[in-house]
Design a protein. Sequence first.
Length: 181
Amino acid sequence: MSVKNALFVAALGSAALLAACATQEAPKPEPTPRAEPAPAPAPAPAPVAKPEPKKPAIVNLASTELFEFNKATLTTEARAKLDGEVLAKLKDLGSLRYIIVNGHADRLGSAQYNQKLSEKRADAVRAYVVSKGADSSKIETLGFGKTLQVKSCPDQKDRKALIECLSPNRRVVVEIQGTPR
């Protein structure tokens, strides 16, 4: 081998060694495909506003139309008023939740007597409403005696005038709650 050939082989070998020793970058992996963002979820339907529950219908019935003084028996006028106001409201309901009948008395007489009288008045209205077809299991009666006066009157020598003045306190309040038709 000639020196030229030897140099050539040596140069070639050196180049091969250098090439083998050279640091080579590892091949980059293929880029992973990007995931497309998920489509935005459909917007939630707007909440449907629930209608506010109806407030109970409250019917205030004064004693002068329902009861005579010191009595718990319904008058003819009382029956007509109950038919026109309470029973008419009941017919407008698809379903009845409850009826509360509150009886009241004026301040004349003892607390015990007026308590019993107010309970009897509430019971009289309940019995009449039930006789016209209302569900008795949904009717509650309460007597308030002379505790919730709506009118105050000065004492008078004329008892009839005092009884007349206090008549708004002798009343029955009927509260009806149900779902309209």
